[in-house]
Design a protein. Sequence first.
Length: 559
Amino acid sequence: MLLELYIENCALVKKTRLILDNGLNILTGETGSGKSIIIDALNLCLGERADKSFVRKGSDKGLVEAIFCIENEKIKNELLDYGIDCEDDENIIITREIYIDGKSVSRINGRNVRLSFLKKIASLLIDIHSQHENQLLMNKDKHLEFLDMYGEEKLHDIKLDYKDIYNEYILLVNDLKKLTENKDDKEIQREVDLLKFQIKEIEDAQLKEEEYDQLVKERDIHRNSEKIHNSLNNLYNNLYGSNVNAFDLISKDLKELRNLSSYDEKLEDFYIQLDEITCRINDISKDIRYYKDNLDFSLSDLDSIEMRIDTINNLKRKYGNTIEEILLYKEKIKLRLEEIINRDENISKLKQKIDQVKELLNEKANLITQKRKEVAQMFEQNICNELETLHMKNVTFKIEFACKSEYSDRGKDDVEFLVSFNLGEDLKPIHKIASGGEISRFMLAFKKIISEVDQIGTLVFDEIDTGISGIAAQIVGEKLKLISNKKQILCITHLPQIAVNGDAHFHIEKIIEEDRTYTNINKLSKDEKVKEIARLIGGLNITQTTIENAKEIIRLAKG
């Protein structure tokens, strides 16, 4: 349920806050007063594209904020999976900021979210019906989606089973397509020759995964061998080999310290430690001498290392950035070569597998069709029943099924809504015969039925009164009131027969202050509602008679 809608610096609105009621919320106003701002603001909260022109002139950004109370566990789980905690009172706050440079920011409970996630969450919270959705109803390609929406509970599991098999089927078909691409024998042979050459080139190199780093180290040693030898030679002489060296100097002092250690235990500790040091100097000096004496790096060795590194670098340029990637590439092309060599056999196996999966796919598709036809019968009957309550008693509604030539991710069904709005007329596609008033009532009947099976808490109706008046308008108003017993409704209307049913009534008007135009939205008191209904009845000429008429139809609407 939508608790509040806050709009700041959007279009002609400077700042306004709508605190909405549970049931039927009515919004009225003169033509051009800015009623569409409400729909635009809600659409932004639904994740629709932000247009910088929606930002109020003179402002850097516009802000729309919607507070929802949620009881739907699916929404809570989606939010938790995204790392968003719900408030203790189960409220969530959707915020959308639109900047003058065209950028926008979307938040849920203060956390930035992707627009795709906002759309996903918002689609579970609120459903906006507008003229655009009427156009969707006219679109035959949308009819299957509408039918599945109504039959979601009955169709969900079987559609999931079908989708798994369909995905497998598509993968197999794509694999077969790759194998049966229009390549002539020469082209295939050229690919075989290339693959064989690449495999041989990599295998001949006899690569080892850690080899390259080791070669680079060896090359560095070879290139600096003279410097290494000279440094080690100096180090050895300083430690042990020259006439004056560290070992002899320490050893000489060590003898004297040994004689003195009998006087003090601490001196004995020094002696022990220095004795260990002389032993270590002796050992490391031998190691250094052995290493430097055995340094034997010829130019031919360096050339060999350089050639090996060049070989590996050449393979890297062709097949991968590392030896590991090169070896992985080799395995990949070996599989491809095997695939080509065994092409005919693989094609045969794939076709056999496709036939098996297709048989199962067809079985599941037929089950979906069977279930859909059962759902369609209930849908047809319920639509007709609802339309009858909307003063459309002679309507015949039928969902026509056809079979597609190819499988899709939704099965093989092609459906179309057919309708006859008058007794004796043939059934025809809905877009060919529906008038504005008829389609408005048809969509209202559709929404009434769908609202019984979905968990969306808020419905918004804009232009639901297009093409209707008189008794039809009264019936539509009563139907909206009935739906609002289970769903929160926001309805923008210009008809008093609909407006009188509101539990809360908001008036939208334009005002001019200091040479600027503003749109104000105010919640009406009981007396103000009477005056607004009177305005809807009589226009600018509000008389005592229209006031009394307004009071009367309000009283009748309350029953």
